[in-house]
Design a protein around this ligand. Structure first.
Ligand SMILES: Cc1cc2nc3c(=O)[nH]c(=O)nc-3n(C[C@H](O)[C@H](O)[C@H](O)COP(=O)(O)O)c2cc1C
Length: 180
């Protein structure tokens, strides 16, 4: 399986990093310029670490294979997704490698999972997310559950990563399932 993980300039770079750590198969990572800055503010990780996990592309590498619909991939996950990137994809703007690849995923009917991060949200943000959901994207809110009594930030992040892996049909033991 071939996966693309995009990290944009929303808070929560850890979601993209943890996803790259957990995904099996062939992994590619596209990071936006803002995503790079925020990853460095928020985590101890840098691009060298991402390069150990995946082949890494910057948003300007529009000549990369993903920019063409003829290049096949199984799923793209944007985690975290900024409202800027959400708005652009929802309105057909494909001005960098992340927005172009997402546009390809939608037009080629490939799996596109979006993990939007903003709060509170405006009606514009909600409308843009609705457009994406109606266009076939899966929206995974980074909203951890509390019924499994998380003890750490890692537990809360793992819950969100586990729900993304569930959608992609990938086995994991990142969180304890509710069994009634
Ligand atoms: C510290 C910091 C945190 C930010 N967090 C968010 C956020 O959680 N969600 C969001 O939509 N934008 C957030 N932004 C704003 C985006 O980084 C900004 O809109 C940027 O243009 C997004 O670019 P991109 O979509 O190309 O990555 C944040 C900016 C900074 C500096």
């Amino acid at each position: 399986m071939r996966y693309i993980v995009a990290i944009t300039g929303a808070s929560g770079a850890i979601y993209g990093i943890r996803l790259l750590e957990e995904l099996p198969g062939e992994k590619h990572c596209i990071i936006s310029d803002s995503g790079m800055k925020i990853m460095e503010f928020e985590t101890e990780k840098d691009i060298a670490y991402l390069e150990k996990l995946a082949k890494v592309y910057r948003e300007s590498e529009i000549e990369s294979s993903f920019a063409s619909g003829s290049f096949r991939f199984d799923a793209m996950v944007i985690a975290p997704a900024s409202m800027n990137t959400v708005g652009k994809i929802a309105h057909g703007i494909a001005d960098n490698l992340i927005t172009r690849t997402a546009s390809v995923a939608l037009k080629e009917r490939r799996r596109l999972v979006i993990v939007p991060r903003e709060t509170p949200v405006s009606a514009i943000h909600l409308r843009n997310l609705t457009i994406l959901a109606e266009s076939g994207a899966d929206i995974v809110l980074p909203a951890p559950a509390f019924y499994n009594r998380p003890k750490s930030v890692d537990d809360m992040v793992n819950f969100v990563i586990g729900r993304i892996l569930d959608l992609l049909g990938i086995e994991h033991e990142l969180y304890k399932r509710w069994e009634g």
